[in-house]
Design a protein around this ligand. Structure first.
Ligand code: SAH
Length: 254
């Protein structure tokens, strides 16, 4: 039986003693083992707990959100070359020119979405599924999550990423999120991961009375900021919060 090479393989010794073909044969099993070397340690919940501690130190405090951030394995949503950065507070490319938001921004927006709520939110609509990470986090804080993506490639990527988690309350939709998703309305919360010039009318219509919308939007000075809109029995209340940098909200599908 062929012996499996140790790790790291001592290339120098093998090169001296063995013809090239035999080296390739010996290296093959090591390659298979090393295909996901960066995932070492990521399976452990300790790495996520450290991320949660950092989020708490940054001022995030909703226990349900922190628990959700600690539960979802972010490394399963990024390319293998980026896995070592999965729990750092950084946004990362997810393909087709789009990015997964930093953990701090995801947690902050979901904390805003949940503000004042006791227990889980009801139905939540997410615009911009991307790789599906935020949808997975939302599945811990809402009874049903409807997440819509306009790029077919990412919609499919999210479906593949989320399969592992078997989240029965996440519904992935392919379409233009600027139109919302009337079939799931009214929503207790609407959260957008892409920033437009204005808030689409459909979102405001599909928000339940007592519901809240959190979305990056251009402000009057031309910068993007987080916008929070509460729908009350007496109309809408808007607040403009901190500056953010989200990918643009685009209409149509592609
Ligand atoms: N929540 C995502 C972040 C993805 S980035 C994650 O966890 O990975 C924002 C996403 O919004 C991009 O994938 C982009 O294609 C999508 N998007 C932009 N405009 C959209 C629209 N009108 N409808 C649906 N998705 C849209």
């Amino acid at each position: 039986m062929a012996q499996r090479p140790g790790f790291p393989i001592k290339l120098d010794q093998q090169v001296k003693a063995t013809p090239a073909k035999a080296i390739a044969a010996k290296l093959a099993p090591a390659k298979a083992v090393a295909a996901k070397p960066q995932a070492f340690g990521m399976e452990s919940s300790a790495v996520r707990q450290r991320m949660v501690q950092k989020l708490a130190a940054q001022g995030l405090k909703d226990p349900m959100v922190l628990q959700a951030m600690g539960a979802v394995e972010r490394h399963r949503f990024v390319e293998s070359a980026l896995v070592t950065q999965a729990y750092e507070d950084t946004s990362l490319p997810i393909g087709l020119g789009q990015t997964i938001s930093k953990p701090n921004v995801v947690a902050r927006m979901i904390e805003l979405l949940r503000e004042g709520a006791t227990g889980k939110l009801g139905r939540v609509l997410e615009i911009g599924t991307g790789c599906g990470y935020q949808a997975a986090v939302l599945s811990h804080i809402a009874t049903e999550v409807y997440s819509i993506e306009r790029l077919k490639g990412l919609h499919e990527k999210a479906r593949a990423n989320l399969r592992h988690f078997r989240l029965a309350n996440v519904h992935l939709l392919f379409g233009d999120g600027m139109l919302g998703y009337p079939k799931g309305a009214p929503y207790a919360g609407i959260i957008s991961a892409a920033g437009g010039e204005n808030l689409p009318e459909a979102w405001l219509e599909q928000l339940a009375v007592g519901g809240r919308l959190v979305a990056p939007t251009l402000t009057s000075n031309g910068h993007q900021a987080l916008m929070v809109v509460d729908k009350t029995a007496h109309g809408f209340q808007h607040s403009v919060l901190e500056a953010v940098h989200f990918v643009p909200l685009k209409s149509g599908i592609s």
